[in-house]
Ligand binder design. Structure first.
Ligand SMILES: *Cc1c(COP(=O)(O)O)cnc(C)c1O
Length: 379
């Protein structure tokens, strides 16, 4: 099976990990800070805090934003459940706003309509690696005094108006799951320019405990003294993972370039196929190309999925609208809430795309897709 995505691990990555395995620190050592520095530098942000995965990073960011019981968080339905679940962990209510029909990204007009006196934050997702309209959302958040959070799980390495994503929102999350731009096995990070958020994030990932002498409330205590100030958790990334991250960061640009070349080739190979809608061409040079999502008629989408899988092409669907999941249904969300997101979701199919994908593999994907569409058309 040609997977829809896959990690790229080289001998250099393996050497770095082994070096850390032989070092004194497997966790809470120097590699974590080194990795954070590399990501902050790349994204042009002041601070970066790693987490055990992208989901725990989102939980921490929402907590740092002050999201709590009774608050509302506006976010798209066309995303992985984790974006929304992080609001639920804190007792807040996810409020789904509709998506742009072309990009699949959160629609700013639809999002603004959902703002109420309880809204605390607005969360965008860079769908498939293509940045949301960050400038517009930044202005919207400022106007309504909301925290602006970017779920960039799919977009490390993408550009918005000529700059790396990461510094446009109040906090941006990147994931290091093996299918994402770079990997640490499991892993995530929040980048921010806000010192207060940074300090809360640092505490949150390690039980809410601080050892920083400047923050200790009981000044009379001895040097060993540490204090828990907030309810946090153990959400730390290990040094073994961070070592892999440091090594992967060196190759991020080359990974993105390879992903982009695969995407460009899909555009030229699928241009004339009338049953297929391609992703927005405007994203060719800005997207990190986490996914290459094409859309086919909703009536045949599931058959296309089955036929391609049977032929060894590991297509995927990203995503079921979050509120369609039975758990969200049990919370009372009704279907039909976001019609554009649903239309997109029901016709979407992600074709394989990863840095080491060969021309032969890609030709096979396209040939199988085109033949399947032909077969289903005449059926
Ligand atoms: C991958 C992903 C996450 C979760 O990241 P993990 O590292 O797998 O926890 C969250 N949101 C989106 C949009 C993702 O693609």
């Amino acid at each position: 099976m040609i997977p829809y995505s896959r990690q790229t691990i080289g001998a250099d990555d393996i050497r770095e990990v082994v070096k850390t395995l032989k070092s004194p620190f497997l966790t809470q050592g120097p590699k974590v800070a080194e990795f954070e520095k590399a990501v902050a530098k790349y994204t042009g942000t002041k601070y970066a805090v790693t987490f055990s995965n992208g989901t725990t990073a989102l939980h921490a960011a929402y907590a740092a934003a002050g999201i709590g019981a009774g608050d509302e968080v506006i976010l798209p339905a066309l995303t992985f459940a984790a974006t929304s679940n992080a609001a639920l962990y804190l007792g807040a209510k996810p409020v789904f706003a509709d998506s742009d029909p072309d990009t699949g990204n959160l629609d700013p007009v639809a999002a603004e309509k959902k703002i109420t006196s309880r809204t605390k934050a607005i969360v965008v997702v860079d769908y498939a690696g293509n940045p949301a309209d960050l400038r517009v959302f930044r202005a919207l958040a400022k106007k309504h005094k909301l925290v602006f959070i970017e779920d960039g799980a799919q977009s490390l390495g993408s550009e918005y108006r000529g700059r790396s994503v990461g510094s446009q929102a109040d906090m941006t999350m990147f994931s290091f799951h093996p299918v994402k731009s770079i990997t640490t096995g499991e892993g995530g990070i929040i980048v921010t320019n806000n010192r207060r958020y940074f300090e809360i994030l640092m505490m949150f990932r390690t039980h809410g405990i601080t050892k920083d002498p400047k923050k200790i409330k009981d000044k009379a205590k001895a040097a060993w003294h540490q204090e828990m100030h907030i309810l946090g958790n153990n959400y730390r990334l290990t040094d073994i993972q961070a070592a892999l991250g440091v090594s992967q960061m060196r190759k991020l640009d080359s990974f993105i370039e390879k992903r982009r070349n695969v995407a460009k080739r899909y555009f030229s190979l699928l241009k004339g196929v009338d049953q297929v809608s391609l992703p927005p061409a405007t994203s060719i040079n800005s997207s990190a190309w986490h996914l290459f999502v094409v859309r086919v008629h909703a009536r045949i989408r599931d058959e296309v999925y089955n036929e391609l899988r049977a032929a060894g092409v590991g297509v995927q669907v990203h995503y079921l609208p979050v509120y369609h999941h039975p758990y969200y249904q049990s919370l009372g969300y009704s279907k039909g809430l976001c019609p554009e997101a649903e239309k997109y979701s029901f016709s979407a199919i992600s074709l394989p795309l990863f840095p080491t994908m060969t021309i032969r593999e890609q030709d096979f994907v396209v040939k199988t897709l085109v033949e399947t569409l032909k077969k289903l058309k005449t059926k």
